[in-house]
Design a protein around this ligand. Structure first.
Ligand SMILES: [Zn+2]
Length: 324
């Protein structure tokens, strides 16, 4: 190669190295706003919200947050509503996650009341910006135990301008979150750092598993929708999470963009399959096997800590079941 060509060739090679090779799109979603926490005080929620939104903006990650308006009911309700406004100010979207995060089995009327009651503040905040709520995320990913319940509830959603926000990637972040909150609350920085490292190590294992599982089931990798929760742990982990997405070639996009993937339009009538994420639902619809045998599981020590804390503080605010 002559010297004349060497420099442009080197420059091209460097630019290719610098530009990440995106494999798929991923929409990042956060449930249980304003925050899922061991002791959800407003100052805690404010610290979490500020750090989370700053991190998302730093990495140019567009996110959708799903609100449980019951969490606004406090003496300082205006301050809590201001946290939701901060999401909109940061360019993020807000969706409905029901008022009180109930289980949904057969009672469509109760689920409809929860969704209607769960959008009062959020709809007003969006209306002030000439927008409307567009997304609904089922608590515990439970879409209805009977066909009647599911159909009746989805008819209400459609009539009120909602689309269901599916989940096709998750990392059991809720399990790591309570132990992390406890360590932060005690001022134990070493323990918090240890839990955060375990969380990111687990995420680095489970993200490729979802990419492979979707490939096994669909024969291709779809645009993913990643379920996370509004936690201090995620607020403190945005840099690490962004690095894991990049290492997997996952480009953060809006939920609306991810939803253009045809996989989300596929008939999916997993009645009774409550709590399944969508890769497992596609597997049911297409009669394909899920690679459950290779599913990474969170460290037993973390699970034990989460069990102890949930025993003390009531049921988890949100659970997704990676297991069949
Ligand atoms: Zn939830």
């Amino acid at each position: 190669m002559s010297r004349r060509w060497a420099l442009p060739a080197i420059a091209l090679a460097l630019s290719l190295l610098a530009a990440p090779a995106w494999a798929e799109d991923v929409a990042i979603t956060f449930d249980d706003l304003p925050t899922m926490a061991l002791s959800p005080t407003t100052p805690y929620a404010a610290v979490t919200t500020k750090a989370l939104l700053a991190g998302l903006k730093r990495h140019r990650i567009p996110a959708t947050g799903f609100v449980n308006e019951v969490k606004l009911e406090a003496r300082d309700k205006p301050e809590r509503i201001a946290l939701l406004k901060a999401w909109l100010d940061a360019g993020m979207d807000l969706g409905n996650h029901t008022y009180d995060h109930p289980h949904f089995s057969t009672d469509a009327a109760a689920e409809i009341a929860e969704a209607a009651n769960g959008e009062v503040v959020t709809r007003a905040l969006l209306a002030a910006r000439h927008r409307k709520p567009r997304w609904f995320r089922h608590p515990f990913l439970e879409t209805g135990a009977t066909e009647e319940a599911r159909t009746a509830f989805e008819a209400w959603l459609a009539a009120h301008g909602y689309r269901v926000a599916p989940v096709s990637m998750e990392n059991s972040d809720w399990m790591f979150s309570a132990p992390y909150d406890e360590a932060v609350g005690k001022g134990d920085a070493a323990e918090a750092a240890r839990i955060k490292a375990a969380y990111l190590a687990f995420t680095a294992q489970v993200v490729p598993w979802y990419r492979q599982a979707a490939l096994d089931v669909l024969g291709r990798r779809p645009k993913f929708i990643f379920l996370l929760h509004a936690t201090r742990l995620n607020a403190d982990s945005v840099d690490g999470l962004a690095e894991i997405l990049k290492a997997n070639g996952l480009r953060p996009v809006t939920l609306a963009r991810a939803m253009t993937d045809r996989a989300y339009a596929m008939a999916e009538d997993a009645v009774g399959a409550n709590g399944n994420q969508w890769v497992a639902r596609w597997a049911l619809s297409l009669h394909r096997d899920m690679p459950w045998k290779t599913l990474p599981v969170p460290p037993a020590e973390i699970k034990a800590m989460a069990d102890r804390l949930q025993g003390a503080g009531g049921p988890p605010a949100a659970v997704s079941k990676p297991n069949p």
